[in-house]
Design a protein around this ligand. Structure first.
Ligand code: FES
Length: 249
């Protein structure tokens, strides 16, 4: 299959970026988008040109490292699938595929397709530590978490922190990300002592780093982990709860 890739090239945060067209003559349907970029980089290296800088790690949808916009959609055309799980079979012979970095005011472009997503890390950091009583191991049936509760917590813990929600949001908001973390921790007995303090601190950091939420819902559509849209309501619910209680927990 022949594909034309229009790839964003930018040498540094200060440099002017532009789209550069490249032809891949031998793309195969079973290739992932990252393998397509690998193929392009082999071509570029053989031609003594700079390879395209992009991030990836697990390449199986669990680490959140691969973050690119494909034809204007975070990660690519398949819903709720990270870039490493998107495949060339979504395109047709002769198609032009535009690949660019995640676009958001909170994500500075470092080089080519790599953006600085440390703003998300600082939200987690603002949440502080979680107190865990590390005494004698408890019997499994003495942990007071219902099956429904643990299943719900896992739905929100599935967030891989890739930043697709921020890129999909017209405001560059990080509500889905922050709400997923707050909701998952609020459902578990661990860290209950710091629940209020954590909510106030993480929401303040989020507002400092990213834009406001307009409840458009693009974030949940783009999320490769399928984090429910209700996570965005958690942000204000958790902050309000903490303010009304005037307590840390
Ligand atoms: S490389 Fe880990 S989620 Fe894509």
């Amino acid at each position: 299959m022949r594909l034309i890739l229009e790839v964003w090239r930018q040498a540094s945060p200060q440099a002017q970026g532009h789209f550069e067209p490249y032809e891949i003559a031998d793309a195969r349907e079973e290739m992932s988008l990252l393998e397509l970029l690998d193929r392009l980089n082999h071509q570029l290296i053989e031609a003594n040109q700079d390879p395209v800088a992009f991030e990836s790690d697990c390449r199986e949808g669990i680490c959140g490292t691969c973050g690119i916009d494909v034809n204007g959609t975070p990660h690519g055309p398949e819903d709720n699938v990270p870039a490493c799980g998107q495949h060339v079979r979504s395109f047709h012979d002769g198609d032009t595929v535009r690949i660019e970095p995640f676009r958001a005011a909170g994500f500075t472009i470092i080089r080519d397709l790599i953006v600085d997503r440390t703003g998300l890390d600082r939200i987690i950091q603002a949440g502080g530590t979680v107190a865990v009583d590390a005494g004698t191991a408890m019997d499994a049936d003495s942990v007071l978490v219902t099956h429904e509760q643990s299943e719900q917590a896992l739905d929100f813990a599935a967030c891989i922190g890739c930043g697709a929600c921020v890129s999909a949001c017209p405001n560059g908001a990080a509500y889905l990300f922050t709400g997923a973390k707050l909701k998952h921790l609020s459902l578990m007995p661990h860290g209950r002592m710091e629940r209020g303090k954590r909510a106030v601190s993480m929401v303040a950091q989020m507002e400092h780093e990213f834009g406001p939420c307009s409840q458009i819902g693009e974030c949940a559509l783009a999320c490769p982990a399928g984090v429910p849209l209700s996570a965005i309501a958690t942000v204000n619910a958790e902050r309000l709860r903490a303010m009304l209680r005037h307590r840390d927990n």
